[in-house]
Design a protein around this ligand. Sequence first.
Ligand code: NAD
Ligand code: IPM
Ligand code: MN
Length: 343
Amino acid sequence: MARIAVVAGDGIGPEVVAQARKVLETVLPGIEATEYDLGAARYHRTGEVLPDSVLDELGQHDAILLGAVGDPSVPSGVLERGLLLKLRFAFDQYVNLRPSRLWPGTTSPLANAKPGEIDLVVVREGTESLYAGAGGNLHKGTPAEVATEESLNTRHGVERVVRDAFARAAARPRRKLTLVHKNNVLTHAGDLWARTFNEVAAEYPDIATEYQHVDAAAMFLVTQPQRYDVIVTDNLFGDILTDVAAAITGGIGLAASGNINPDRRYPSMFEPVHGSAPDIAGKGLADPAAAVLSVGLLLEHLGHPEAARRVTDAVAAELAGRTPGAPLRTDEVGDRLAAAVSA
Ligand code: NAD
Ligand code: IPM
Ligand code: MN
């Protein structure tokens, strides 16, 4: 039976992960889930963010379920870089998979979009670009201060995620792939992405391809999201666009993600797109749907498509039954979802 490492993390992380775990253990009884205490509390207690011994242990699991990391009491970036990004990088999770669907029963700010009409997936590169951490501060704290962040893009890193996106587009009915970058300004990395994309496209003559600059893509996601099937993009552009994609499909509380290592040399990690939401943490108000849908992606990845479908169907039915604007209780939604997957 699969062994899952659970990193609940900070803020609403533990609240939504408790529901996700309940659903996971109901839909796949016997699954072995082990909690790891990482995040702000451990940092304050011990000064540790992610000890090597814990990283090694996490690496021995079949998958990781993560809630959220980041807390106002910890300097920005310490946990985000030292824990979350370290896991994505150490486990070479180069495909950051972020599907968005407009589910029946959800409200979208887009008046012209009907449920079922938005069904897109962003394949966000997960290990490179501005996230690589190259750069620094010269003359810090002086009027002469210079801060640089360099975007690292390798042919290897770009090609493997582009290939993954083409394969995903080929497996979907619409067979369309959009490359999003900013090659009118970022001429070095943008050129590498566009050339690589066009070369791989030649191997997929039956996939419709297009290129868009990221600013235009942000606009079209809001005005014409129906036009997208699969989007492949750089790490930072993908981060921003997937919050937009979440907002147009019922909100950030519904957006699930998988940080996939397609080679399966390391565990993949599943987590909601949202963060620790300090503004609502501890109140039992967080929507656990994103975390539960992330369990669906986890089950799919581990080869349990039937269990994955039950989880997704349960969320879809629960969303369809919601009254727009009515307050939601995290644990009540979790209980309803767990009951639905066991029925
Ligand atoms: P956020 O996603 O935590 O919150 C943005 C807004 O969305 C808030 O108003 C919040 O209440 C709301 N929200 C988020 N999740 C929700 C849910 N499940 N149900 C209902 N409402 C929800 O983003 P932020 O405020 O920019 O960041 C807060 C902290 O989280 C920061 O420390 C940031 O670095 C971190 N963060 C972590 C992750 C992650 O762990 N993957 C992702 C994003 C941000
Ligand atoms: C996300 C988050 C992270 C990212 C941060 C917290 C490092 O915003 O998962 O979308 O930028 O990837
Ligand atoms: Mn983000």
